[in-house]
Design a protein around this ligand. Structure first.
Ligand SMILES: Nc1ncnc2c1ncn2[C@@H]1O[C@H](COP(=O)(O)OP(=O)(O)OP(=O)(O)O)[C@@H](O)[C@H]1O
Ligand SMILES: [Mg+2]
Length: 467
């Protein structure tokens, strides 16, 4: 059963129980009062009847001895006369025998009523029959001249009292029906008011349990339901915050490992490239250069792996800068030299215009940044030259420019997003994760610098870095 139905049923139930109890009490009180009034009335009538009968008989008799005969002959008349004042059937007895009856005696019942028997002891007595048509039996002694005791009995119909009792009960039944209907209407309205906030809370929790973390309960009232809604909302806020934090951490972790695997690829390619060259060449100078690059890229890789181990031990997935005064010109020359082998495969040559600049950067990260940009120009541009210009007024300015295919302006906005590639086709000959430029952007922002990328389709791409 729904809560709403329970509330309404409870209200109607309480009301009906109250009406039934009240009805019983009130109808009993009024009925008792009415019976009492009748009793007093009959008492009064019996006193009047006794006086009247005595007077009547005494007036008519010449001596005491005439009384029995007079009573026998006049009892019928007296009963009929008294009936008119009492408004009920009147009987007059002498001992067990009925002398007169205001109504025709239909069955000659020999047994007399117990109330009449009571009058033999000079007491009056009464009895009220039960049932739908009640009758009041009242009997009182009539003593004539202290010698003869007769009985006068009233058989008085209680139809009017019964009717009143019936009316009272009917009134309560009608009141009960009307009140129940009112309670039904008012109860529905009130229970709707009570239930609406509960329903809203229920809706919110259901939505939340289905994964809608933004679902909150409306708070309508300041009662217990209102408090519950507030508690739920606070709990939902906490859970939401915790999940966002967890997601953020997970995202950060994923980014870290993606970037790491991305960056470890470049030294490996360089090492494999120069190893290949070593097999083929006899030129001592080329051998020397190859070994130098294999050694330096190998060391860089080792450093990367060590820092990865360190960070994973600390559960910290943020690359920390290890800034130091760095000869940027030399760093750029080394990078170009190490990428020389790859550039040659694409028939591209570097043109360096490098001013001697010494600046405080994280040398490994700066190297990654330059490698990623040059790697793109080599892979994508089909340019003949890559111009690398380094200058410094008070800030470091590095420009890397190619004159190749360029990038469609509609793609420029998204180019720095992780996993974004202009040519998404799987058959693309050029391998790449779409991570290079997003890493470049992160490294630049870690150095509090700016990056500008301008590109003209079929005209080339220019990347400017200012630190
Ligand atoms: N110099 C450029 N000339 C033409 N297109 C470029 C150039 N630089 C970047 N792009 C385009 O921008 C996209 C994003 O470059 P990004 O370096 O982020 O990813 P990627 O090179 O595809 O993959 P990854 O660097 O992870 O190996 C590339 O897929 C490429 O289409
Ligand atoms: Mg790239």
């Amino acid at each position: 059963m729904r809560l709403k139905q329970k509330i309404i049923l409870l209200n109607i139930g309480t009301l009906l129980i109250m009406l039934i109890v009240l009805g019983i009490i009130i109808s009993n009180i009024t009925d008792n009062y009415n019976l009492n009034t009748r009793l007093q009335y009959l008492q009064g009538q019996s006193e009047y009847a006794a006086t009247y009968i005595e007077q009547y008989v005494m007036n008519k008799s010449r001596s005491f001895f005439d009384v029995p005969a007079l009573m026998e002959s006049n009892a019928g008349y007296l009963a009929e006369f008294l009936e008119r004042t009492v408004n009920g059937r009147v009987q007059i007895y002498y001992g067990n025998s009925l002398l007169g009856d205001s109504e025709d005696i239909i069955d000659q019942n020999t047994a007399i009523r117990p109330e009449v028997a009571q009058t033999f002891q000079k007491n009056s007595a009464y009895f009220i029959s039960q049932g739908p048509n009640r009758t009041f039996y009242y009997a009182a002694p009539v003593v004539i001249g202290n010698k003869y005791t007769y009985s006068v009995a009233f058989i008085y119909s209680l139809a009017e009292t019964d009717k009143m009792k019936k009316n009272t009960i009917q009134m309560f039944v009608i009141t009960g029906i009307i009140a129940s209907m009112i309670v039904l209407l008012v109860g529905t309205a009130i229970s709707n008011m009570i239930i609406y906030p509960i329903k809203s809370l229920h809706r919110a929790t259901k939505q939340f349990s289905k994964g809608n973390l933004n679902s909150r309960a409306d708070v309508f009232t300041k009662d217990e339901v209102g408090e519950l809604s507030l508690t739920f909302n606070a709990m939902a806020d906490n859970i939401h915050e915790m999940i966002t934090k967890l997601n953020y951490e997970q995202e950060k972790q994923k980014n870290f490992f993606d970037n790491f695997t991305h960056e470890i690829r470049t030294p490996l390619t360089t090492i494999l490239g120069y190893t290949d060259l070593l097999w083929k060449t006899n030129d001592e100078e080329v051998k020397d250069r190859s070994l130098f690059h294999i050694d330096s890229e190998g060391k860089r890789m080792l450093k990367m792996v060590e820092s990865l181990l360190e960070l994973s031990k600390l559960k910290k997935f943020d690359l920390e800068l290890n800034k130091q005064t760095t000869d940027i010109k030399r760093l750029l020359e080394e990078v170009c030299d190490s990428m020389h082998y790859k550039a040659r495969r694409y028939n591209i040559s570097f043109r360096l215009k490098l001013e001697p600049v010494v600046y405080i950067v994280d040398p490994d990260m700066f190297k990654q940044l330059v490698i990623n940009i040059i790697d793109n120009s080599i892979k994508y541009s089909k340019s003949e030259f890559i111009d690398i210009t380094l200058s410094s007024a008070d800030k470091l300015k590095l420009v890397i420019e190619d004159y190749g295919c360029g990038i469609d302006p509609k793609n420029l906005e998204s180019i720095f997003e992780p996993y974004y590639k202009v040519d998404k086709s799987r058959n693309s000959k050029i391998e790449g994760w779409g991570l290079g430029l997003s890493i470049v952007k992160e490294i630049v922002s870690k150095h509090n610098g700016y990056i500008n990328l301008s590109s003209v389709l079929k005209g080339g791409t220019k990347i400017e870095i200012i630190l």
